[in-house]
Design a protein around this ligand. Structure first.
Ligand code: PLP
Ligand code: COI
Length: 337
């Protein structure tokens, strides 16, 4: 495997985990080599998009252990997402066990330390039984597969160009704060047209007033002000990113910076010193330029490299994940040695 050449694409590995929910209970679950799913043509997921998912990674540390980063937070967000779509929750312990089994069984696919690649893990659950009237399914399937990946954006960590989207990815009081496939279907048209027009991603504004910064199709925002304060949008319609929550902690406790989680009027963006997108897939990706209907905003950090604070946050976060920087208690979940 040429690990350093990997992009963010699906490459099936040997084993995946499957568990079925029927008659009000989850079965024991276990590994399978079958990468296909067979369900009713009328399954809840196919008709009414009853499905939620998670995304996390396994890393090889410098001393050769395979670890995950804060999977307990993915487990609890998975519970929150499932509840919102009336999907039976997968208990936290079952979720963690499924992750452990899947990663262990595919240990050969966890990219070695220093290659820049990681193993992306995709847990998901969907309504598998037939529904034709609009209601929750009675049966569900929970699966976990994994795939080795490189950087989410093709140029690695080169600053991105975003456009302010006219479309919304979420509704006020809708499902923007959970990880449901339907939110991503909502964002596809905005993302395809952004790419066609030469942008890397969209900046979505709040769906009620279109005046405040929300997030992109797959990552939260972090800004650094000219006075060195880390600012991140607070909103009920964005996904509570685990990467963002971790970076905010790192900024406060490792870098001694002031952090503000608050509404961020779009009008403030032009005065920011740095801007980054953060998420499991994106890690932390610098933004160089934002285009608002023809008006260009250039971040002072430029189009060539990350700004200094973004770079420090990136180095600390990836150091914690790969075991070269001491992690806060409970952040690193060891899968195997
Ligand atoms: N926002 C959206 C819409 C996402 O899809 C993701 C990816 O998971 C994130 C934010 C980042 O969340 P996390 O850091 O938990 O991966
Ligand atoms: C992630 O970062 O895990 C995501 O889910 C983003 C995208 C691949 C949907």
């Amino acid at each position: 495997m040429n690990w350093a050449e990997l992009g963010f694409a699906y490459l099936p590995t040997e084993q995946r985990y499957v568990s079925n929910y029927k008659n009000g209970a989850w079965d024991e679950g276990g590994l399978t080599t079958d990468a296909t799913v067979t369900i009713s043509e009328c399954a809840g997921v196919l008709q009414y998009s009853q499905s939620v998912f998670e995304g996390l990674k396994a890393y090889t540390t410098k001393d050769g252990r395979i670890v995950c980063f804060r999977p307990d937070l993915n487990a609890s967000r998975f519970v929150d997402s499932a509840k919102r779509l009336h999907i039976p929750e997968v208990p936290v312990e079952k979720f963690l066990d499924a992750i452990k089994q899947t990663v262990k069984a595919n240990a050969a696919y966890v990219p070695p330390y220093g290659t820049g690649a990681t193993l992306y893990i995709r847990p998901y659950v969907f309504g598998s039984s037939a529904v034709i009237g609009v209601k929750p399914a009675e049966e569900y399937q929970f699966r976990v597969f994994c795939t080795p990946v490189g950087p989410y954006f093709k140029d690695g960590v080169k600053p991105l160009t975003l456009r302010v989207s006219d479309y919304d990815r979420a509704a006020p009081h809708g499902t923007g704060n959970i990880k449901a496939g339907l939110n991503y279907a909502m964002s596809l048209h905005a993302s395809v047209t952004a790419h066609e027009e030469g942008y890397d991603e969209n900046m979505f504004l709040d769906p009620a007033t279109h005046t405040k910064v929300e997030e992109t199709g797959g990552a939260n925002f972090l800004f650094v002000t000219k006075d060195g304060v880390v600012v991140t949008p607070k909103s009920d319609s964005i996904l509570p990113s685990i990467t963002r929550r971790s970076l905010v902690y790192v900024a406060e406790h490792y870098l001694g910076m002031k952090v503000e989680e608050r509404e961020v009027p779009f009008s403030e963006v032009a005065d920011m010193a740095e801007c980054g997108l953060c998420g499991t897939a994106a890690v932390i990706c610098p933004v160089g330029k934002i285009v608002d209907h023809g008006k260009e905003i250039y971040l002072p950090s430029g189009m060539e490299k990350m700004g200094p604070v973004t770079q420090k946050l990136y180095d600390l976060l990836t150091g914690i994940q790969m075991g070269t920087v001491e992690a806060p208690e409970g952040w690193i979940y060891e899968i195997c040695k």
